[in-house]
Design a protein around this ligand. Structure first.
Ligand code: DX5
Ligand code: ZN
Length: 215
């Protein structure tokens, strides 16, 4: 089964608790929470208070994608708010290894996200510390963008590396994921998919989640 982690960025924030409960009932594996600070990416989304406000709506793991300049300053607040896994970017202003160690120290799982322009080689020394590798298939900052098909090569490269080296990280793909690009991503080696628009803007959210999980 392919893991599906809907991104709440594309959900209706006027009824966020209901939206999270809906994807839970529909069989989502986790909730993808896109945190943006207006510096690392041009957009601003939300802080820990929003996470704590929906934490009681589901027992699903919260996978918090920190698109922020200084993740090491923020990880404990997002951990305390209810995140189960914290995803950080090597492109941000921090020492990636130190931040991953701090996340582990908080008792949370770790994720590394790679922007499209960042090669896999940039994190080969740290990937053994991660539970998740998030391959960005759009330039981060907004939902509803087009999938960058050149990233399929990076997914293939990452999957053969972790299989060969026996690395525990699971590969998830994030950005412009539809049933079609999701299929391509799974065929290239992705273990899971993050989908915002194609889940929350679908007329049948539950049906969309079911179809993704069968890819
Ligand atoms: C983009 C975010 C993605 C995005 C996915 O910066 O990291 O998680 O919200 O949304 P869609 O599926 O609409 O591209
Ligand atoms: Zn994301």
């Amino acid at each position: 089964m392919t893991k599906i982690s809907p991104s709440i960025l594309s959900s209706d924030f006027g009824k966020l608790r209901d939206e999270v409960a809906l994807i839970d009932r529909a069989g989502a594996d986790s909730v993808h929470i896109d945190v943006m600070d207006g510096h690392f990416v041009p957009n601003i989304t939300f802080g820990p208070v929003v996470i704590s406000s929906v934490r009681a709506a589901t027992k699903l793991p919260f996978e918090t994608h920190l698109m922020v300049d200084n993740p090491d300053r923020l990880i404990s607040d997002f951990a305390d708010a209810g995140s189960d896994l914290l995803i950080v970017h090597p492109e941000a202003k921090h020492d990636l290894k130190k931040t991953l160690t701090s996340i582990e120290g908080l008792g949370k799982k770790t994720g590394i996200a790679l922007n499209p322009e960042t090669p896999l080689e940039a994190i080969l020394k740290t990937i053994d510390r991660a539970d998740m590798l998030l391959v960005m298939t759009v330039h981060p900052g907004f939902g509803g963008q087009k999938f960058i098909t050149e990233m399929l090569g990076k997914i293939r490269q990452a999957r053969s590396y972790i299989d060969r080296e026996g690395i525990r990280a699971r590969i998830l793909v994030d950005g412009g994921v539809t049933l079609e690009t999701g299929r391509l991503s799974v065929d290239a080696g992705a273990h899971g998919l993050v989908a915002g628009t194609s889940v929350f803007r679908s007329p049948d959210v539950a049906g969309a989640i079911r179809k993704f999980s069968l890819l």
